[in-house]
Design a binder for this molecule. Structure first.
Ligand code: HEC
Ligand code: HEC
Length: 277
């Protein structure tokens, strides 16, 4: 442990010296800089991060579908122990999976994640209060979304969306809602209620009634969907004439033309401010 701490300190000192050395034109920058144990460990951590984490947290932890990890205080991983625990176990009931990694690699990734804390925050221009107004009025978002118990539950609850998602991702959803809707079923997470297995379903019963809604449950013989009013409908597959699974499609309308650029900024600022304690 002591060795690592010393290595880190040396690595930092070497990095600080490096530009000065090249400016003075001595050309004596040493290979030791590149291969200091701490630097090496961070590189290993970054490589593991690229393989196991970047698809959800962005190539440099800036955030994507998953939250930005480039912040000094991670709400759920306030110390190294909780960070390693989250990486090893995932977060139950969320899309955050456990990592299929050896413990030494978990430690390396955790170090890399901690090193991101120094990066500047993701810039979020816009005024959250104006965004809240747009959400309530012009956007009509509460027809489909719930925030702290207010609204409908056709789409995901947004009370905590600022902690689950990055600003980039949220903006993306508003402009092009279908892009991140899964194109197929994810066996890796069997729970169909998670966003990873989001599916819009349309059915026609044998007596000609039509229903559309978000799948909340399915097994071999039956399927349950929640319609836009929030009502749950349950069907035996044997009583259906048609069952359409709209993989990769979202029932959410695009807001690309509804809002101006400034309004989108405001709305995004509002959404990323939503963090439940
Ligand atoms: C399939 C997508 C996915 C992958 C892969 C993934 N994460 Fe996550 N991660 C998430 C999501 C989504 C959340 C937010 C969970 C929530 O609160 O609903 C999250 C949360 C976290 C948090 C908690 C942040 C906080 O709120 O304090 C940490 C830390 C984290 N991830 C680290 C990692 C690391 C390190 C890896 C790679 C070993 C990784 N994640 C891989 C999706 C993912
Ligand atoms: C007709 C219903 C409907 C309306 C209206 C609607 N949404 Fe959605 N929204 C959905 C559904 C369904 C999803 C889940 C599928 C997806 O990601 O496209 C969703 C997903 C989202 C997500 C991603 C949530 C996550 O955790 O991944 C955000 C953010 C969001 N909506 C915000 C908004 C905002 C803001 C408005 C108003 C400007 C709005 N929605 C209007 C139905 C709707």
């Amino acid at each position: 442990m002591l060795y690592v701490v010393v290595g880190l300190a040396l690595g930092r000192a070497a990095a600080e010296e490096h530009p000065a050395a090249s400016q003075s034109g001595t050309g004596t920058s040493t290979n030791a800089t590149a291969v200091s144990p701490a630097t090496l460990e961070l590189e290993q951590g970054h490589r593991l991060f690229t393989t196991h984490c970047a698809s959800c947290h962005g190539p440099n932890g800036e955030g994507a579908k998953g939250p930005t990890l480039a912040q000094a205080n991670l709400p759920r991983a306030s110390d190294d122990e909780s960070l390693k625990r989250i990486i090893a176990n995932g977060i139950d009931g969320t899309e955050m999976p456990f990592a299929r990694m050896e413990w030494v690699d978990i430690e390396r990734v955790a170090k890399y994640v901690r090193s991101l804390g120094a990066l500047p925050h993701e810039p979020v221009p816009g005024d959250p209060e104006r965004g809240a107004q747009l959400y309530a009025k012009k956007g009509g978002c509460a027809q489909c979304h719930m925030i702290r118990g207010k609204g409908k539950v056709f789409g995901p609850d947004l009370s905590d969306v600022g902690r689950r998602r990055s600003a980039t991702y949220v903006r993306h959803v508003l402009v092009d809602p279908s892009t991140d809707v899964p194109k197929s079923y994810t066996a890796w997470r069997a729970d169909v209620s998670l966003p990873e297995n989001f599916l819009y379903v349309r059915v026609v019963t044998r007596d000609g009634q039509e229903f559309g809604g978000v799948r909340v449950n399915e097994d071999t013989f039956s399927i349950q969907i929640r319609d836009a009013t929030g009502a749950i409908h349950s069907f035996f597959k044997s009583e259906l004439a048609e069952l359409h699974k709209d993989f990769g499609k979202s029932p959410m309308p695009t807001y690309a033309k509804v809002f101006t650029k400034d309004e989108l900024d405001d709305l995004v600022a509002y959404l990323v401010s939503l963090r439940q304690k």
